[in-house]
Design a protein around this ligand. Structure first.
Ligand SMILES: C[S@@+](CC[C@H](N)C(=O)[O-])C[C@H]1O[C@@H](n2cnc3c(N)ncnc32)[C@H](O)[C@@H]1O
Length: 791
């Protein structure tokens, strides 16, 4: 220690009154041998003896390392030469910094020095990834040194067998001891090893000030403590709070560290057709960062929730945002649940990446583990505690909202139907499901009021995260599997492949219920020729649209197959298969469940691939007698009717009215849209039942009420302040209302006829249409109520 003191003083350092001593639990540390008053400078060290990337420019002026990592100011890229300098001079007494390098610790306790087993304790954590990244970087430095630098600069560099180990040591030496020193621009803050100063240990309570004097080129260390008495340790404050940073940088952790935190980066997947809108909303809300720190005992950050709400807006909600009807402090029950579920899912994912058992932490205080294992476990437990705390917050909020929804007395009513086909249908389905262990033993298909639903039929609660449905490997249908099992199938799309497969003998052996399902589909599908009386209505258009899509696909299908299937059956089957295809992060597959769980906008089955099975689970608790539902994203009643062949009354309030205005000259449509965009209006408008503001809609109607020439003129004048047209808006709504109201008696008549003839499926279909029409009428009446009150 005397050598380093002497060397520092000889080179202009002022370290009077400070010694280096060993302190229990800290290794060496600085010790006062005189009294230091409050605010007194304790030591000053000149820039010239520090080791940093600026000084290395003088020592090795021509030497440069290429960029190995991504990012402009990656800290390893910036300091690579410093690591190299320390590494090769680790055993070089001729080096100028030898008196300093010689007293650096010979070993470290940072994770870079851990054995593989010790590191494995931290598998799945950010720290584990960080260590892998640093090692990869150091390997690249070794390669570059051996293949380039030794040849280029033999005056500086010789081969070393143990260069990688030396670099690992250098990396730890640097990061466990570096200070930030300010250099004149363009450098700014530079990570720097400051001999002697860097014997100071960390204390969270210590108040210290660093002074970088760029004029005198000295770095001074000042204490703000009351007084430091002789014999007392002079502490530094590394200002690093989380165990992750403490452990990676310094090789120690603080148990129950109140400053521990977990960095959570929000990732999200938005449907292609909504991507631009969500991006625009994020821009309007000035959201730039998706990184958040979660802490133990703290609430979920408000800003984090706001972002989660935005990225979970439904198409209708984002449209409502642009109409000024959305408050991001709470959008809707559906949105809040989706946001919380996303957070919960991300946390759950982080938790499971760590592959731990609660008992793993029991040995933290036992003598059977070493210091590294202990630090790794304390670090990991901190993360687990934060994640579990945050998940609990999510689940409590989810539960609160669900209770709120239930308290609205939703009546869970589904229009039911009865058909002789279904007499033993449920039993057959359940028998097959239990044979392949498809469902949790507490779940079954139930024929309730002649409607097939999936239910928790036990007396026990199904808890959050419990696997509800497991699709065994053998029943997971992907494009590859279909082709393997039935090489003759040669269809251009996955849906068509599935259709041909389902109609094949191989498939019907595997899924014995297919013939029944085909009959079911045929009975329930809405075919346009059954609804000729409604030819002028828009739902006829919707049925037509879906059919047209089906017909096009029918042609493609028939070109590639010899199967004999009628067009109507194909169209029904096409929609059925379409609704059974699931796209997940682990691929696209056909969900072999004969009848899908019912649509419920407030829930969602999470899908994961585990042990070659696809597992579906839920973050809600499912009570005895409760239905298992899933979310198919589309809350419009027309789509639920046509695609899922059912509609649940309890979610009708989430229905929307597609306020499309048709212009006679279709080719001018882009001009109208352009004028909308110019005026910051959405290019389509959806109205909802609880909408209160209609000013945007009035402007939209104003634009669509213009002649094409007027639109062209406004575009030419770049008119960005088109005024709303209330009169036309009210007129438009009244005419839509009239159309809908005219349909009602017609539908009722159909129901009566079907009832007379006991055509059960027709009764169901017309009842669905009746429900749908009434809901559309409600939405328009709400809009008129608001518009006419203001008149
Ligand atoms: C800048 S050095 C301080 C001098 C060091 N103790 C030595 O012997 O060279 C930082 C290292 O000191 C140790 N250290 C500092 N503060 C500590 C603390 N509060 N608890 C445990 N170890 C600490 C850690 O090993 C850390 O990597």
């Amino acid at each position: 220690m005397e050598d380093i003191k002497k060397w520092v003083i000889q080179n202009g350092g002022i370290i009077d009154g400070v010694d280096v001593k060993t302190f229990e639990g800290y290794g060496r540390g600085l010790c006062a041998n005189k009294e230091f008053k409050q605010d007194e400078i304790i030591m000053s060290i000149p820039y010239s003896i520090q080791i940093n990337r600026i000084n290395l420019n003088h020592i090795w002026p021509e030497v440069k390392l290429p960029k190995f990592n991504e990012g402009d100011d990656d800290r390893d890229d910036l300091n690579g030469l410093v690591y190299l300098y320390l590494a090769i001079n680790k055993t070089n007494p001729k080096c100028f910094h030898w008196p300093y390098i010689n007293v650096l610790p010979k070993t470290y306790d940072c994770p870079l020095s851990y054995t593989i087993d010790e590191l494995n304790i931290m598998k799945g954590t950010k720290l584990y990834v960080a260590v892998e990244k640093i090692n990869a970087f150091l390997m690249k430095v070794v390669d570059y040194y051996n293949n380039k630098l030794i040849q280029q600069f033999p005056q500086y560099f010789q081969p070393f067998d143990d260069l990688f180990k030396r670099l690992q040591w250098a990396h730890q030496s640097f990061w466990s001891r570096a200070f930030l020193v300010i250099y004149p621009q363009p450098f700014g803050e530079v990570g720097s090893l400051i001999p002697f100063c860097d014997f100071s240990n960390h204390c969270t309570q210590a108040k210290v000030t660093y002074i970088s004097n760029t004029r005198t080129e000295t770095f001074s260390f000042q204490t703000n403590e009351e007084v430091v008495k002789p014999g007392e340790q002079i502490f530094n404050n590394y200002r690093i709070r989380s165990n992750e940073k403490l452990l990676l940088g310094y090789g120690f952790v603080e148990e129950n560290n109140p400053c521990d935190n977990l960095l959570l980066r929000i990732y999200f997947e938005v449907d292609d057709n909504q991507y631009n809108e969500i991006e625009e909303i994020l821009k309007q809300e000035e959201i730039k960062s998706f990184d958040f720190f979660l802490k133990l005992d703290e609430d979920i950050p408000l800003e984090l929730m706001r972002i989660l709400r935005i990225v979970n807006l439904s198409i209708i909600e984002s449209n409502q945002y642009f109409q000024g009807n959305i408050n991001l402090n709470y959008v809707s029950d559906r949105n809040e649940l989706a946001a919380l579920r996303q957070l919960n899912r991300q946390l759950y994912h982080l938790l499971h990446l760590m592959e731990f058992k609660k008992e793993d932490f029991d040995c933290i205080h036992s003598h059977s583990i070493n210091y590294h294992q202990k630090c790794a476990l304390i670090y990991k437990k901190g993360i687990v505690d934060i994640i579990e705390h945050s998940m609990k917050l999510c689940q409590t909020s989810i539960k609160r909202i669900r209770d709120q929804i239930v308290s609205k007395h939703l009546n869970y009513e589904t229009v039911s139907c009865y058909d002789f086909l279904f007499e033993n249908f449920c039993d057959n389905l359940n028998a097959w499901a239990s044979q392949i262990h498809l469902f949790h033993p507490n779940i079954q298909y139930i024929n309730e009021n002649h409607h097939i639903i999936l239910k928790n039929t036990s007396n026990e609660i199904l808890h959050s995260g419990e696997i509800l449905i497991s699709i065994p490997e053998h029943y997971i249908l992907t494009s590859e599997i279909i082709k393997k099992e039935n090489p003759k199938i040669n269809q251009p799309s996955f849906i068509l492949q599935c259709i041909e497969y389902l109609l094949s003998e191989v498939a019907q052996k595997k899924f014995p219920f297919i013939p029944l399902i085909l009959k079911y589909i045929e009975a329930m599908t809405f075919y346009s020729n059954d609804f000729n009386e409604f030819e002028d209505s828009y739902f006829f258009d919707e049925i037509n649209c879906v059919e047209d899509d089906g017909i096009q696909n029918y042609q493609a299908f028939m070109m590639n197959s010899n199967i004999n299937i009628s067009l109507p059956s194909f169209v029904g089957l096409f929609n059925f298969v379409d609704s059974h295809i699931i796209t997940t992060s682990f691929g696209k597959f056909y969900n072999p469940l004969p009848i899908l769980p019912k649509h419920n906008p407030y829930t969602c089955l999470e899908k994961e691939m585990k042990d070659s099975q696809i597992k579906l689970y839920n973050f809600n608790e499912i009570y005895p007698g409760e239905e298992i539902c899933d979310n198919y994203q589309d809350d419009s009643s027309i789509n639920q009717m046509i695609h899922f062949l059912s509609l649940s009354k309890e979610y009708l309030s989430l229905d929307y009215f597609d306020a499309k205005v048709f212009i006679s000259n279709e080719s001018a449509q882009p001009l109208y849209e352009e004028l909308c965009v110019l005026n910051h209006l959405p290019t389509e408008i959806f109205l909802t039942q609880d909408q209160v503001r209609f000013d945007v809609f009035e402007k939209y109607i104003a634009i669509y009420s213009m002649s094409v020439n007027k639109v062209k003129l406004e575009l030419k004048n770049k008119n960005t302040s088109i005024e709303g047209n209330k009169i036309k808006t009210v007129q438009y709504l009244h005419s839509e209302l009239e159309v809908l109201q005219d349909l009602l008696p017609l539908v009722n008549e159909k129901i009566n006829i079907a009832q007379g003839q006991n055509q059960i499926n027709r009764i169901k279909q017309f009842k669905l249409i009746d429900m749908h029409l009434n809901e559309q009428i409600n939405i328009i009446q709400n809009a008129l109520k608001h518009l006419e009150v203001k008149n």
